[in-house]
Design a protein around this ligand. Structure first.
Ligand code: ZN
Length: 209
């Protein structure tokens, strides 16, 4: 599968060294943060989040999906990598006859070409897809896909239930463990407005006092 090899080759890009942009972000926590160990911190730029919400709410009956595009950076204070999601690429050619999103070979080729054309300095940092009215979890197939195509420790999976307005991230944990139930939130990076644009009601803002 040549396209898979090409997508994985994006990962050889050296991470940017920069402090986490905590001052420009609002943290959103899931009820399960404490159960998730050794996860990567995720910064989700509002501009990308708004595009993602637009796509994930575009079909409330069928699953849709795509990839998350951005950078892996390293915080110089502790040397730990973190992810900044700066854009999305909706997947075309997904197999609609399935009950779940299937990234076909044509999908992977399309995503790779678009990534090189539009975001030559960025990489795929994860993927997203919807579970209309099914809830936020990783199915057996989702786990298989993440393990086979998003195997880098910093790769994340966003699952959105557009019907109930819920969303959450699944991450590789310590010892390369992937928990299909316990999801986490993210840092909303305010690149569009000072107001929050997050409407997922399963996440709570974390206000530092
Ligand atoms: Zn799924």
């Amino acid at each position: 599968m040549t396209s898979r090899v090409k997508i994985l080759s994006q990962e050889t890009t050296t991470p940017v060294s920069a402090p986490m942009p905590l001052a420009e972000s609002l943290k959103w926590a899931s009820p399960y943060e404490q159960r998730v160990d050794g996860r990567v911190e995720i910064f989700f730029a509002q501009s990308a989040l708004l595009k993602c919400v637009e796509h994930t709410t575009s079909d409330l009956e069928h699953e849709v999906g795509g990839v998350l595009v951005g950078q892996v950076r390293v915080d110089p204070s502790d040397g730990r990598p973190y992810v900044v999601i700066q854009d999305i690429l909706p997947a075309l050619h997904t197999d609609a006859s399935q009950t779940h999103v299937t990234f076909t070979q044509a999908t992977l080729v399309q995503l790779h070409i678009e990534l090189e054309d539009r975001f030559p300095d960025k990489r795929i940092v994860g993927w997203y897809h919807t579970h209309p009215n099914l809830g936020v979890f990783m199915s057996g197939y989702d786990k298989w896909l993440h393990e086979n195509f998003f195997n880098d420790p910093t790769h994340v999976a966003l699952v959105v239930d557009p019907g109930s307005e819920r969303g959450g991230f699944f991450c590789w944990q310590a010892n390369h463990r992937l928990d299909p139930v316990n999801y986490v939130g993210f840092h909303e990076l305010g690149d569009v407005t000072d107001e929050s644009v997050v409407e997922w009601n399963n996440l709570e803002p974390v206000i530092d006092v």
